[in-house]
Design a protein around this ligand. Structure first.
Ligand code: EPU
Length: 427
């Protein structure tokens, strides 16, 4: 197994370019199942998760070819209807094939994902949504079997809390159907908007993009088309926080600042200076005591659905707040178990207490974190440990970095390009 070795303490300087969003690429790849023909997707990141989704599409009968960041996929002949346990257990987003398979084949069998490192993460909203469209679902030996007789029928779907993949799954089922579907309390994440743009380009009729009420006028069929994956806002946020934590001056290119309203606001409150242009963001830290450092005021955050503070940046932001000048309360409201990084950050000297869904982070100030051997437990927790390692004195060794490779394209090379002393070694 590979691990990361980081010699901390070097500020970051230069330019880093952002890849396509993992959480947009996954539903857009699944959406290619909706119509036969050659689909073209641009800006697809080469990640463990996108490779897993391509493997799943292959099992279902698709053929694909990659040229750089562009993937062409042919879904003329679907020969399978099942997402097997072996794939679903490595990537929960495999459930995103349920909606398109129901639309295209009227039947799908998908292994029920179990709990994961960040919470129980059920898929009951997805299934309740499908049932409103006339789908019968049952659980058979750990698999969800979903079927519909004839075509899917429009219906009204209400989510108790906005679910990103739940909204995407129901959208992909409803787009080819008879009648109109209304999704109330829909997720408004930019990744959902990216999927709506693709479905619209394919011939779908969807109103209400970027709002919590989506109206889908069912159509008879869709056609293959060409789409572009949006920039990864979580990768962008991770680099912004990394520079705020280590110091230096970095320009992040190929990103969309409008997708990071809460983080930009919170970093400004911490005292971090960010200049945003249309497709780039520059973090520059002033010189303090001979070092280019941003001041770091401790502030509170609460994770919320978009446009609130993303849960996918909570762990990284905590790695920043452990170095703050006071107390920061970090309230995680999306997932019930997303504090696995806390124990590892404490091994590096952080002062954090967990009280239910809140973490009380008592900032220890700059230059106080110490490198240590730590273990990555999930994707974003791993990114948090990288940020802590980059700002700590001495050496940090991060094991189980396969989590990181699920969602960050070339992170080691990108950080090396900014002057970080980080390398990957075989354990
Ligand atoms: N929920 C249910 N039942 C459901 C669906 C969701 O109770 O059927 C609950 C969840 O347990 C959670 C809340 O609703 O408490 C919101 O979860 P959501 O469904 O929005 O999460 P998701 O769609 O499974 C996506 C991202 C996650 C990201 C969350 C929240 C993808 C592939 N995954 O997950 O990304 O954290 O939205 O923004 O889009 C990551 O990239 O590291 C990651 C975990």
């Amino acid at each position: 197994m590979d691990k990361l070795i980081i010699e901390g303490g070097s500020p970051l300087y230069g330019t880093v370019s952002i890849s396509g969003a993992k959480n947009a690429a996954l539903p857009l790849l699944a959406a290619t199942l909706l119509a036969p023909g050659w689909h073209t997707l641009h800006n697809v990141p080469d990640l463990r998760d996108t490779r897993t989704m391509l493997k799943l599409l292959e099992i279902l009968g698709a053929r694909w070819e990659r040229s750089g960041q562009t993937i062409r996929i042919n879904t003329d002949q679907l020969t399978g209807v099942e997402a097997p346990y072996d794939l679903v257990k490595t990537m929960r987003a495999s459930v995103l094939v349920l909606g398109p398979l129901l639309s295209r084949s009227g039947f799908a069998r998908v292994s029920l994902p179990g709990g994961c490192a960040i919470g129980a993460r059920p898929i009951n909203y997805h299934l309740k949504g499908f049932e409103k469209l006339g789908v019968a679902t049952r659980l058979e030996q750990g698999y969800v079997e979903a079927s519909v007789t004839g075509r899917l029928q429009g219906g009204t779907v209400y989510f108790d809390t906005p679910s990103v993949t739940g909204t995407e799954n129901v959208l992909m089922a409803a787009v080819i159907s008879e009648g109109t579907t209304i999704i109330k309390n829909a997720a408004k994440e930019p990744e959902v908007g990216n999927l709506i743009d693709m479905l619209t380009a394919m011939g779908g009729a969807i109103e209400g993009k970027d709002t919590d009420r989506l109206t889908v006028h069912g159509v008879g069929r869709l056609q293959a088309t060409e789409s572009v994956i949006i920039p990864d806002r979580i990768e962008t946020g991770t680099y912004l926080i990394a520079v705020a934590a280590t110091g230096g001056t970095v320009t992040i290119t190929g990103c969309n600042p409008a997708h990071l309203p809460a983080l930009s606001e919170k970093l400004a409150l911490c005292g971090v200076k960010i200049e945003a242009a249309e497709n780039s963001m520059t973090v520059s830290c002033p010189e303090i005591n001979g070092k280019n450092r941003c001041s770091l005021h401790s502030i509170d955050i609460t994770t919320l659905p978009f446009p609130g503070f993303p849960t996918d940046l909570q762990a990284q932001f905590m790695a920043l707040m452990v170095q703050g000048d006071g107390v920061s309360i970090i309230h995680e409201t999306i997932f019930e178990n997303r504090f696995m990084h806390v124990a590892e950050l404490k091994r590096m000297g952080a002062d954090i207490t967990i009280e239910g869904s809140r973490a009380v982070v008592r900032g220890i100030g700059r230059d106080k974190l110490c490198g240590a051997p730590v273990m990555a437990t999930d994707l974003r927790a791993s990114a948090s440990l990288v940020i802590a390692g980059l700002s700590a004195s001495g050496t940090t060794e991060i094991s189980r970095i396969y989590h990181l490779e699920r969602g960050y394209e070339n992170m080691v090379e990108k950080l090396q390009g900014l002057g970080a002393k980080i390398r990957k070694v075989r354990e």
